[in-house]
Design a protein around this ligand. Sequence first.
Ligand code: URA
Length: 198
Amino acid sequence: MEKTKQTRLDELKKECLNCQKCELGKTRTNVVFSDGNPETAKAVLIGEAPGENEDLTGTPFVGRAGKLLNEFLEKAGISREKDLYIINTVKCRPPKNRVPEKEEKKQCENYLMEQIDTISPKIIIFCGATALKSFSDSKTPISKIRGQIMDIEVKGKKYKGIPIFHPSFLLRKHSLEPGEPRDLMLKDLKNIKSLINE
Ligand code: URA
């Protein structure tokens, strides 16, 4: 009998919680595996790495950036609990929130790809440059390619992917004027909302 999504993810999580494949295993408080409902999620949203609050709670995007993300999701009509499966490129907090290193991303890649393969979403949302770089060699800044649908392959299966701004960046950009980052973020999320409802 084929395993349910939840069973596959429970097995993967068990392995991930004991992971010591890179140095981050020594300094983490908690592995931050995922948030959301695997059975109802239509999109996988990928961030960079856990920050302090995520490390303390074991849940992705619960700090200041996460709260801002929640506000945008609500405005766009996307349910964090029902529509999304939220994960990070690396599952353990890098010290002082530095960008994850190549080796750390490499050691964590199998968890990321297995999570996507299990969920098999309608669309993959790359939240910021670190998330995008695991799937695309593009050197183009997020500000130039955000909102553009791209073809992505994970474990031999084809997906639609879309880069969006990282909410940490938006914490420093306050304008709501048309064409400014916060306005573009809302447009991108509204577009994602219509794609997942197609
Ligand atoms: N930033 C991320 O990229 N992920 C989190 O979970 C929190 C902040």
